[in-house]
Structure formats: C-alpha cells, structure tokens
Design a protein around this ligand. Sequence first.
Ligand SMILES: [Zn+2]
Length: 166
Amino acid sequence: MLRKRRRKRRRSYAWALRLRDDDPQVQALDQEAWLGLCYARLFAEDARKRRKDALSEDGAVEALTAGDVAEGEWELSPVQVNTRIKRARTVLFGERGERAIFNELKRIEARRGQPPRRCAAPGCSKELPLHATARRRYCRGSRCRVAALRARRRSASPQFEPHAAT
Ligand SMILES: [Zn+2]
C-alpha cells in the first residue's frame, strides 16, 4: 500500500536529548516546562528509534503522537502535551530557530563543569546565574547595569575608545 508520508510534522526534538538534568538551564525550568522537556525527550527517542528501524527490514513503526503521550495520564490532553513542549523550548531557547538552538546547545555543553562566570563590572565579582546566556557579562545590580550600558555604547562607537597603549 502506497501511503504518502506527511513531512509537515517533522519537527526535531533532538535538543531535548542533549540537555542533562543537572544543566542549570534545566534545573531552572518550572514544572510545566520540565514536563515539556520530558515529553520532547520521548519524541526525540521515538524519532531516533524509527530512524534505526527504517534501516532494518521491519519497516517503520507508526510515529509517537501527542495522543499516545497523553494516554493513561489522568486529565492530560494532547494539546497540553504540545503546549508544555513549546513552553520548554521557549523557556530554554526563546523564539529562536533550529540553528540558534544548535549553537546554544553547544555553549551549554561547553560550559559544563566550568566554574561560574563572574560579573565583568569593575569592583563587582558577583557570580552570574548559571543559566545566563553567553552574551551576558554583567549581573543585574543597578551599578552593573550602568556599566553594561556603557560597555555597549563604547563598542557601538569605537571612535570614543580611549587610545590603546601601543
Ligand atoms: Zn555586578
């Protein structure tokens, strides 16, 4: 029987498998987003398994659906499954696309086991939150926000940079 495969639903959940439970980004998730991450891992594992099965003679098994995940869980609807996955993805990566997510995952992996970064403002050595993005260099203290603003403006107008000691 010839059945046309629907390509539309081929969203990747591979990001969920690359995150570890002890990653600070994961630990900072609220309950809804945490469950979403767990569901996303189910889909990612399913996709991985079906890719493997497709290579064998047995052929592809039906893809896991949000309905399958919701089944058996009291008062959980397929819509909620998808909403929680979307929440996990948004909390972890914002509204960014696959490429940006891939890069952020690389940063998360590179930061594992490293000491926490500290605020770059002079006179402040507060630790930055572990889930801070790589671009963030200053803590949220009011003086440090000013320092961050000044740094941004300096880099935006290099002609005001003091002469480098050459
Ligand atoms: Zn600071």
